[in-house]
Design a protein around this ligand. Structure first.
Ligand SMILES: *[C@@H]1O[C@H](CO)[C@@H](O)[C@H](O)[C@H]1NC(C)=O
Ligand SMILES: *[C@@H]1O[C@H](CO)[C@@H](O)[C@H](O)[C@H]1NC(C)=O
Ligand SMILES: *[C@@H]1O[C@H](CO)[C@@H](O)[C@H](O)[C@H]1NC(C)=O
Ligand SMILES: *[C@@H]1O[C@H](CO)[C@@H](O)[C@H](O)[C@H]1NC(C)=O
Ligand SMILES: *[C@@H]1O[C@H](CO)[C@@H](O)[C@H](O)[C@H]1NC(C)=O
Ligand SMILES: *[C@@H]1O[C@H](CO)[C@@H](O)[C@H](O)[C@H]1NC(C)=O
Ligand SMILES: *[C@@H]1O[C@H](CO)[C@@H](O)[C@H](O)[C@H]1NC(C)=O
Ligand SMILES: *[C@@H]1O[C@H](CO)[C@@H](O)[C@H](O)[C@H]1NC(C)=O
Ligand SMILES: *[C@@H]1O[C@H](CO)[C@@H](O)[C@H](O)[C@H]1NC(C)=O
Ligand SMILES: *[C@@H]1O[C@H](CO)[C@@H](O)[C@H](O)[C@H]1NC(C)=O
Ligand SMILES: *[C@@H]1O[C@H](CO)[C@@H](O)[C@H](O)[C@H]1NC(C)=O
Ligand SMILES: *[C@@H]1O[C@H](CO)[C@@H](O)[C@H](O)[C@H]1NC(C)=O
Length: 595
């Protein structure tokens, strides 16, 4: 009898042991060396930023709740920070990789990022966040897969393809940066890249010989998930694949209402995934096109991004004209209506099994309202700058989050205005003082003549409305209060507004910025500071052990430059202690049985 009991207990113990092993959130490790390599995507040799000698960098392919550890070795000739666009870093703005939270990684140093992709799924990307470096590359895709137990609202695709599209200059980021600092406009980009490569020779006059282009190899009858990110500087791009429908299924972490598009406008910093079925007859290859949007075609004498979709049974090369882009230079209504048509699939679960529409954002009372207005570039103290609500943001030498942690005073101010300031614009480190657990409404008003896209770190927000003209209180009556899409980057058309709602449940200091790199570089951003008034260590992780110090803190002891220590007890430590506890319990049980 006793031996049967013992056997049962051992069995139970083994089960518990394995459950705990499986329940611990796994770690995924990456080791990156960031350096320059020479590449000639548009036929002109130039220095581009590569990761492990690859441009674009590797795909970060992880699953919900994984702990991601990325060793970054800075082999550039200047400081570096990597930001994880769309990763929410819950309770952990320390790992966000922007100047408001983190000191830059000095030349020759190693720094290890460690964060959990908590309760997220979807398609995102990373990029270097400072010194205009994104203009030279250093970017790559991020995939956060669903856990196996969570249903995905479509069948498993036959393949998963990441496509990074973006405008490109043959001048490197240091030259572009210098031009901006000298008050110049960057002018028209030199072309559009697809996965770091130039165009297929779709036109012999426009595209020189010998350009390396991207080929996507597919098989007839199969369905692929294609994840597309606009990683460029400032150009909105229209994406399309000749002869194929794009079935939109996800954007920046939300499963969408599934709709076919023949082309979609993808603005700077936005990410989408489509299912594409290879249902054509393969009489030729097909063009994959990313073309500049809202540019005067007769002035834009630049190459369009063109890759090749190659069926394994293809009977020949792609030929003839590219598939048509929308032709509506003067009328952005088509594009806005397309944006409005992107809605949440309210019955699908995302990272958790409950429906995405179960959070009734439309019936929550707003606590904080901000109207953020950008204008065409202005001159402040003789310098060309960009502004939000009359303020051109200046990064203090000491990151805001570090200043708070060490209780430094006077690093920044908490006086960012709810409504745009009138009067002459000024430079300032003015931060939004937001209410923890509040519900914030932000109206982005674009007074410039170009499209702006805005992104908020640490959060996904509900895009509830957009329209032309000036936003007024009455505009609220047009809000979509039911299935507005939840995402992290939204476009704001020129002379128009976009309204977003954000549930402020993630403590930290978070960047709210334009994704247009030149506007961002010149000050069109702000930080949102969300502090839990209650003194607790539960709602935010402490400063990581490997934090680098700069500014007023530069004399603090710096971490050894190659540490990989985690800030909190690592999951594997906790798992071990739990197993030890279980072992003790088993021992007690066995002893009591034999007494
Ligand atoms: C960028 O280009 C300039 C010339 O325009 C050159 O002097 C400089 O070395 C380049 N920088 C890098 C990092 O390649
Ligand atoms: C990502 O990893 C999963 C396994 O976790 C694998 O099935 C999938 O093919 C990978 N996707 C890509 C694009 O590498
Ligand atoms: C190639 O581009 C040039 C310049 O835009 C245009 O004049 C010409 O018609 C194009 N050729 C073809 C075959 O489309
Ligand atoms: C999308 O287009 C494909 C053909 O490419 C068609 O089979 C499918 O039914 C369409 N789906 C929707 C939701 O319209
Ligand atoms: C393949 O499709 C194209 C475009 O729809 C058509 O013009 C062509 O005749 C078809 N070829 C064959 C062999 O069916
Ligand atoms: C594009 O630019 C050309 C040359 O400046 C001009 O003649 C034409 O009217 C412009 N087209 C549009 C649609 O603005
Ligand atoms: C929102 O505010 C209204 C009036 O101020 C109040 O009646 C209602 O209960 C509030 N709703 C929620 C969900 O707090
Ligand atoms: C920031 O907001 C909190 C609560 O919302 C308030 O208590 C505090 O006084 C504000 N601080 C400043 C400097 O405005
Ligand atoms: C910018 O704002 C001014 C003043 O409110 C307005 O007259 C003008 O039409 C606006 N321009 C755009 C492009 O929104
Ligand atoms: C939070 O943690 C810090 C050290 O990491 C400690 O000094 C502080 O007392 C803790 N605060 C609370 C409220 O537990
Ligand atoms: C990350 O760096 C640390 C210290 O340099 C090293 O011990 C660790 O093995 C590295 N991890 C990976 C995956 O390379
Ligand atoms: C940084 O990491 C690389 C490997 O990624 C290693 O070779 C190098 O020694 C490390 N440098 C420092 C200063 O720790």
């Amino acid at each position: 009898m006793a031996s049967i009991q013992l056997f049962a207990l051992v069995l139970i113990y083994i089960c518990v042991f394995f459950t705990l092993c499986l329940a611990g959130d796994p770690f995924v490790y990456y080791d990156w060396e960031v350096s320059y390599i020479t590449a000639s995507p548009l036929g002109v040799p130039q220095q581009v930023i590569a990761i492990n000698k690859k441009f674009p960098g590797p795909i970060v392919n992880v699953t919900t709740n994984n702990n991601v550890v990325v060793n970054v070795s800075n082999a550039l000739d200047e400081e570096l920070l990597i930001t994880w666009n769309g990763i929410q870093h819950r309770r952990n703005s320390w790992q966000d990789g922007v100047l408001g939270t983190t000191c830059p990684i000095p030349v020759g140093w190693n720094f290890t990022y460690q964060f959990q992709v908590k309760d997220q799924i979807g398609s995102f990307f990373y990029f270097p966040s400072i010194k205009f470096q994104r203009a030279s590359g250093g970017y790559g895709g991020i995939i956060v897969n669903n856990r196996a137990v969570i249903a995905v609202p479509f069948g498993p695709p036959d393949g998963d393809i990441t496509i990074l599209i973006g405008d490109w200059y043959t001048q490197n980021h240091t030259a572009l940066r210098r031009a901006l600092s000298a008050g110049k406009d960057l002018g028209m980009p030199d072309g559009v890249l697809i996965n770091g490569k130039g165009p297929y020779q779709y036109n012999r006059t426009l595209v020189p010989d010998g350009i390396d282009y991207e080929t996507f190899n597919v098989e007839a009858g199969k369905t692929y998930r294609i994840r597309i990110h606009n990683v460029g500087i400032s150009t909105s791009l229209n994406f399309r694949i000749q002869g194929h429908n794009l079935l939109l299924v996800e954007t920046e972490g939300t499963y969408t209402v599934q709709q076919n598009y023949t082309n979609l406008d993808i603005h700077v910093g936005q990410s989408y995934s489509f299912l594409v079925t290879m249902d054509q007859n393969a009489s030729t290859d097909y063009y994959v096109v990313a073309s500049a949007r809202f540019v005067n075609e007769s002035l834009w004498k630049r190459v369009t991004g063109v890759g090749i979709l190659h069926y394994s049974n293809s009977k020949g090369k792609a030929a003839g004209p590219l598939p048509d882009s929308p032709n509506d230079f003067y009328d952005k209504t088509f594009s806005m209506n397309q944006a409005r048509s992107i809605r949440t699939n309210t019955s699908a679960g995302a990272a958790r099994p409950n429906p995405q529409g179960s959070f009734k954002y439309g019936s929550i009372n707003v606590t904080d309202v901000y109207v953020l207005k950008n204008e065409p570039p202005v001159t402040i103290n003789g310098k060309r700058r960009t502004i939000l609500s009359g303020i051109s943001y200046v990064n203090p030498d000491t990151p805001i989050r570090l200043a708070d942690w060490f209780r430094l005073k006077g690093v920044y101010t908490l006086d960012f205005p709810n409504r745009p300031l009138t009067g002459s614009p000024r430079m300032s480190s003015s931060v939004i003082n937001a209410t923890y657990r509040g519900f914030m409404e932000v109206i982005l008003q674009n007074n410039d003549t170009t499209i702006q896209t805005y992104h908020m770190d640490g959060y996904a927000f509900f895009v509830v409305g957009m329209d032309f003209g000036e936003w007024t209180e009455n505009s609220r009556s047009t809000y979509n209060k039911w299935d507005g899409v939840s995402r992290c980057t939204t476009q704001v058309f020129p002379g128009a507004w976009t309204a977003i709602l954000v549930s402020l449940d993630n403590v930290g200091v978070w960047n709210l910025r334009t994704q247009n790199l030149d506007s961002w570089y010149l000050g069109q951003e702000v930080y949102v500071r969300i502090v839990n008034p209650e003194a607790t260590n539960k709602t935010e992780l402490p400063i990581p052990d490997n934090a680098i110090f700069c500014g007023q803190l530069k004399d603090r002891k710096q971490p050894p430059h190659n540490t990989v220590k985690s800030s909190s007890p690592s999951v594997s430590d906790r798992r071990l202690s739990r197993q030890f506890f279980n072992l003790l319990m088993l021992l007690f049980a066995v002893i009591s049985m034999f007494r």
